[in-house]
Ligand binder design. Structure first.
Ligand SMILES: *[C@@H]1O[C@H](CO)[C@@H](O)[C@H](O)[C@H]1NC(C)=O
Ligand SMILES: *[C@@H]1O[C@H](CO)[C@@H](O)[C@H](O)[C@H]1NC(C)=O
Ligand SMILES: [Cu+2]
Length: 242
């Protein structure tokens, strides 16, 4: 009796794990970086990624952990940063991603000093990603493209970006459940090198939480009723091209 109850609980936990997910590894400028292993203690882990504890989504756009997931903590002595030149290509790899409806967003944030001691929620971010073709109800989304590309997404760090320590933040916003957005953010730490001097300013910079709300058309949405709508408003700021 006890054993079968335990097994049922385990089976449930496993099916929840496979229904959601997050970024498991990165390939940056040709080099592989292992992500944080969620569901494991942070003690002894070495990664460029910040801690994130489960595959489950954040469902409140004002959640205090929206910046770098729960709990977003530095790994302390195991925390690393990837040193890469501005202009590098960054590919993030997810688990087998189960949701094909919704945008992919990639942000960077200047830590204005050492990222290891910075608090992600107090930072400001730049944006990227979208609805690729067709209608909101039946079209092709960035997340479908991500699945087709081996559960990965490749971005280019603006070549003109000023050197320094930055957070790199990947976020999937899954909108397959009507009016119940699911946010899946993960952060990694980068040290950007090069001779660039550009920095976004003004409306390109936002805070998370802060930039999203349930009154955003792209957040509180029932995609299945938008059969003749061909535009989708990604929440957050405009993309900074560098
Ligand atoms: C697909 O992604 C995995 C990492 O999740 C990687 O090990 C593998 O090499 C990739 N396959 C291809 C064909 O790129
Ligand atoms: C599509 O564009 C209209 C007009 O700008 C806007 O009101 C509406 O919210 C947009 N729809 C979505 C799903 O973003
Ligand atoms: Cu899910």
């Amino acid at each position: 009796m006890f054993l079968s109850a335990a097994l049922t609980t385990l089976a449930l936990a496993v099916s929840q794990v496979t229904a959601h997910g997050g970024v498991l590894s990165y390939e940056i400028n040709g080099q592989w970086y292992q992500g944080f292993k969620s569901y494991n203690t942070p003690v002894g882990q070495i990664s460029i990624q910040r801690e994130w504890d489960t595959y489950n989504p954040i469902t409140d756009p004002t959640d205090s952990f929206l910046a770098c997931n729960s709990n977003g903590a530095s790994l302390g002595s195991g925390q690393r940063s990837a040193t890469v030149p501005a202009g590098s290509k960054v590919t993030a790899y997810w688990n087998q991603w189960p949701h094909s409806i919704g945008p992919v967003m990639v942000y960077m944030a200047n830590c204005n000093g050492a990222c290891t001691t910075a608090t992600p929620s107090s930072l400001e971010w730049i944006d990227q990603a979208g609805l690729i073709s067709g209608s909101v109800a039946n079209g092709q989304w960035a997340q479908g493209e991500l699945i087709a590309n081996n559960n990965s997404w490749t971005s280019t760090i603006p070549a003109s970006l000023k050197p320094g320590e930055y957070f790199l933040r990947h976020e999937l916003l899954a909108i397959h459940t009507p009016n119940q957005p699911q946010f899946y953010p993960e952060c990694a730490q980068l040290v950007i090198t090069g001779s660039g001097s550009s920095q976004p300013s003004g409306s390109y910079l936002v805070k998370l939480p802060g930039a999203y709300s349930m009154s955003d058309p792209g957040v509180n949405i029932n995609v299945y009723s938008e059969t003749s709508v061909y535009n989708y408003t990604i929440p957050g700021p405009a993309v900074w091209q560098g």
